[in-house]
Write a protein that binds this ligand. Structure first.
Ligand code: HEC
Ligand code: HEC
Length: 315
């Protein structure tokens, strides 16, 4: 019914379909009986001639052809009774494309269930060493995550790099945090702090102090003057600027800039704040798939440990 504005249209389409099938049948019946020309000619032709000597005979349709046509009409009517085609009528089989897709998907899930059960029996950190799980996780990553985090998972402006190891992460680098992030999404919120800091000059000085934390090029006099304003930031970013993983507040000492590097970018974030959202993925990924995906993501940051790091996937 969903495709029609109201039931009237459904009836209109249904009647039109039946009427046209029946009209075909009637036309067939008439053409099968009647001769084209009422005036029978002596040589049984209609008098139409083409290409000098090609003549049209005044005969009814051949029987074999007519029977084929009748079979198609009957087939059409049976088909319309069994399958959807008459307006909003569902057909006796209640078949639908969506139902077919769901049945196929269910069958696939059931077939894969034993394999996923094996995976979910292991903690994410152990699964991050399982080559088969990582290969599956990588494919999920390509389908569901690469549009934001990049096919090599190195992210981009505003989208975290997932390959850089614990120090660069907003949250803790753990299977639990990754599963939670994928399932529920996450939101990083830094409030606008411009008014709390004060003048343009003060904000600029503070930006230089922030740059000094990571040893980035900065003006030392301005940074020295800006240090005192950092007290307002320390609640989230810590006195040492190393961030706070529980709040998702960035580490400002690692020279890794999610929202852009340099005075202008930092002044901008101090003045305007930042709300950065990753949407929840639970609507299209099952808990089992998320478990395997989390193992893949964890493995990406495992450089140097005994975990095997997947080569950067190519597309
Ligand atoms: C629509 C874009 C988008 C998609 C799709 C997306 N993410 Fe994210 N993801 C983000 C953003 C933005 C953040 C940063 C949120 C913040 O600042 O707190 C993020 C953060 C994360 C984090 C936390 C990183 C940290 O440093 O703590 C993980 C883990 C993660 N995403 C994994 C995934 C996985 C796995 C998928 C695929 C299922 C995925 N993301 C799909 C945008 C996306
Ligand atoms: C209420 C907590 C909070 C306070 C206070 C706060 N921040 Fe933030 N800040 C955050 C969070 C959370 C993020 C990460 C945003 C995200 O998820 O992308 C962030 C991100 C940043 C970034 C971007 C880092 C990057 O990698 O690009 C800079 C720079 C920054 N803050 C500087 C400051 C400065 C300077 C102050 C003080 C004026 C300040 N913050 C105060 C929570 C806070």
């Amino acid at each position: 019914m969903a495709d029609f504005f109201n039931e009237g249209w459904s009836w209109y389409v249904a009647l039109l379909s039946v009427a046209s099938v029946l009209a075909c049948a009637v036309l067939l019946w008439l053409a099968g009986k009647a001769r084209v020309s009422a005036k029978a000619r002596a040589d049984n032709t209609t008098g139409h001639v083409w290409d000098e000597d090609l003549r049209e005979y005044n005969n009814p349709l051949p029987r074999w052809w007519m029977w084929l046509f009748i079979i198609t009409v009957i087939f059409g009517l049976i088909y319309l009774a069994l399958y959807p085609g008459l307006g909003a009528y569902e057909g006796m089989h209640k078949w639908s494309q969506q139902g077919q897709h769901q049945a196929d998907a269910r069958q696939m899930r059931e077939a894969l269930a034993p394999m996923y059960a094996q995976f979910t029996a292991k903690p994410v950190a152990d699964l991050a060493k399982d080559a088969q799980a990582l290969a599956i996780g990588q494919r999920h990553f390509m389908n569901y995550c690469s549009q934001c985090h990049g096919s090599d998972a190195r992210g981009g402006k505003g989208y975290p790099n997932l390959t850089q190891g614990a120090a660069g992460w907003l949250g803790p680098l753990s299977g639990e945090h990754i599963v939670q992030t994928i399932t529920q999404g996450r939101q990083g919120v830094m409030p606008a702090m411009g008014a709390a800091i004060g003048s343009e000059a003060a904000i600029s000085d503070l930006a230089h102090y922030v740059m000094s934390l990571s040893g980035s090029p900065h003006n030392e006099i301005k940074a020295f003057g800006g240090k005192k304003y950092f007290a307002a930031c320390a609640a989230c970013h810590g006195n040492d600027g190393k961030g706070n993983k529980a709040l998702g507040a960035s580490n400002l000492t690692d020279n890794d800039w999610l929202h852009g590097w340099g005075e202008e970018a930092i002044v901008n974030i101090i003045k305007n704040g930042k709300t950065n959202v990753m949407p929840a993925q639970a609507a299209w990924l099952s808990p089992e798939q998320i478990h395997v995906l989390a193992a893949y993501v964890l493995s990406l940051s495992a450089g140097g440990s005994d975990l095997t790091v997947q080569p950067a996937p190519t597309r």
